[in-house]
Design a protein around this ligand. Structure first.
Ligand code: FAD
Length: 523
């Protein structure tokens, strides 16, 4: 969860991008069970890291030459460079090393005016800012990024924390340390937008003007959407927890470990959330944990010490029919009770109250994993940039604002009608960047986003169903296209992508603007 407490400016470290420039290839050593972060064995003890070496392409020369040299390693990982070389072939000619300041475009900024202002330094804001820099069309302070947070979090890793596989501290970095020094960083919040005046107002009342505006402040978790939830989360003795916040994600695994018998309920709210698979990922891990301890028998759920229910505000397991059908099969095979269209509204002691249609349904629980409702923050919702639901009202294809042509959005705060994930940003960012730079040069948008998004659904320890799809819930499966793998089938290879590769590539490349998801490394 973004932190708003400490807004003190953190000193920047070395340029996170420039030191890499000019190197043709680097050898990364990745521990078998961990990448840049440590990996925990469930139960708290760390695994020993017997190191494996393989060559990954440098971020500047994506997958150009180096084949992998792997000993025993997770099945798909060693193949990645090769896979991505294939995927990158069309853009291979553009892989020359660039300097950000090569083209002499004079900076517009004088005091508090910037060529591009980016609101939000989360996954989308950082990625877009660095991809803009990498075009070579911007100089010092042309681009300003505004964010009040002290820390940046790798939020997808919080599910792994909940499953006892990672430490939450290993998944965060000081926000300022992630930003290229050529960006002007305002470590404060945006208070309001004035698009008619091409300006934003900061929390301290200062005004910043722009030529182009990128709005990416993510979405907020509404803990108040469930009565009694903040108190239950804060109560260390309660078995109520959530992977959806930095403060609460490390409460999850201890609650799973503490439950020896009784009823466990995992909830998913009606409405938009980040990573729509998250609420059930943690359930599948908990189920597996209890199964391994003999506390849950999928063949005989009624006679098991622990009973498991999935209470979701949705009518189905997942929004995409292909994956939903397989997940429903898993639910039935594993004896999990499905409480569909059950929207959690209140926690009172060990009673959970759900809204179901016009009725209220009460259920007793011994363990409750809660995913609260989420939505755009008030400063955006009440602004002229928002659509009726409060999201930045942009075109589904170009990411350009429907009313203000110099305003753009990507990530969770945008109205783009796709599942809200970091993976989606790998495909949204290059489109936004191309269309925004076109606009600065007086041309119209010509890049189109197809709605690509992805959700690595942990279905047990050691297996992931890698849902990848685009607008309309149409599957767009990278590994199906390459190897004919049906990604609705949970696989060990995808597990290592989720647990080790994605956290590694996120800080190593994604945030630096050199990772395009299924398209591989970009310049
Ligand atoms: C538990 C969990 C599991 C997830 N699992 C996955 C997964 O497996 N795969 C996947 O791809 N995605 C996953 N996601 C989703 C992914 O993390 C988000 O979709 C992604 O981080 C969204 O990026 P963003 O930049 O839009 O928002 P964020 O990364 O949330 O960043 C928003 C930024 O805006 C800043 N901000 C807020 N208000 C203001 C303001 N007033 N002024 C200026 N700045 C402001 C915040 O401080 C923050 O830094 C998961 C998320 C969670 C919580």
């Amino acid at each position: 969860m973004p932190e708003f407490k400490g807004v003190a400016r953190v000193e920047r470290r070395e340029d996170p991008i420039a030191p890499n420039l000019g190197r043709s290839q680097r050898r990364y050593v990745i521990p078998a069970d961990a990448s840049h972060t440590s990996t925990k064995r469930r139960g708290g003890a760390r695994t020993s890291h017997h190191k494996q070496t393989f060559v990954l392409p440098s971020v500047e020369e994506p997958a150009c030459r180096s084949p992998s040299t792997v000993s025993s390693t997770p099945p798909l990982l060693p193949m990645l460079p090769q896979i991505l070389r294939t995927r990158l072939a069309p853009s291979a000619g553009r892989l020359a090393v660039r300097s950000f300041a090569t083209e002499a475009v004079s900076p517009v900024n004088a005091g508090k005016t910037h060529k591009v202002v980016v609101v939000g330094g989360g996954t989308a804001g950082i990625t877009v800012s660095h991809q803009l820099l990498r075009t070579g069309k911007f100089t010092q302070d042309d681009i300003a990024i505004i964010d009040p947070a002290e820390w940046h979090h790798y939020q997808p890793g919080w599910t792994l924390v909940g499953g006892g596989l990672k430490d939450k501290e290993d998944l965060r970095r000081p926000l300022a340390s992630l930003l290229d020094p050529q960006l002007k960083f305002y470590n404060t919040a945006v208070d309001s937008f004035k698009p008619e005046d091409n300006s934003v107002t900061l929390a301290n009342g200062d005004k910043l003007s722009y030529e182009q505006l990128v709005v990416a402040p993510g979405i907020a978790i509404d803990y108040g959407s469930v009565k009694g939830l903040p108190e239950a989360l804060a109560d260390e003795s309660s078995l109520v927890s959530s992977i959806y916040g930095y403060d609460s994600c490390d409460k999850v695994f201890p609650t799973i470990e503490r439950l020896q018998k009784g009823t466990a309920i995992f909830t998913q709210p009606a409405g938009v959330i980040k990573c729509a698979g998250g609420p059930q990922k943690i359930m599948w891990l908990a189920l597996d944990h209890w199964k391994q301890l003999g506390l849950y028998d999928p063949e005989n759920p009624d006679k098991s010490a622990i009973k498991i229910s999935f209470a979701t505000g949705l009518p189905v397991m997942f929004g995409v029919p292909k994956y939903s059908a397989r997940l429903e099969e898993l639910r039935k095979e594993r004896g999990v009770e499905g409480l569909f269209q059950h929207d959690l509204v209140e926690i009172n002691g060990n009673t959970a109250t759900f809204a179901k249609g016009g009725e209220q349904v009460k259920r007793q629980f011994d363990l409750l994993h809660v995913v609260p409702k989420m939505g755009p923050a008030a400063f955006l919702k009440n602004s002229p940039l928002a659509n009726e639901a409060g999201y930045v009202d942009v075109d589904d294809g170009t990411t350009q604002h429907k009313k203000f042509s110099n305003v753009w959005s990507a990530g969770d705060a945008s109205s783009l009608p796709t599942s809200k994930t970091a993976a989606a940003i790998t495909a949204e960012a290059p489109v936004l960047v191309q269309n925004l730079t076109n606009a600065l040069e007086g041309r119209g948008p010509d890049a189109i986003y197809d709605g690509y998004t992805s959700c690595p659904l942990l279905t047990e320890y050691g297996k992931v169903m890698l849902a990848e799809f685009k607008y309309g819930g149409v599957p767009k499966e990278t590994f199906n296209e390459l190897f004919g793998m049906d990604q609705a089938n949970p696989s060990k290879s995808f597990y290592y992508l989720k647990k080790d590769f994605f956290p590694w590539v996120y800080y190593k490349s994604f945030l630096k603007g050199t990772w395009a998801g299924p398209e591989g490394w970009k310049s």
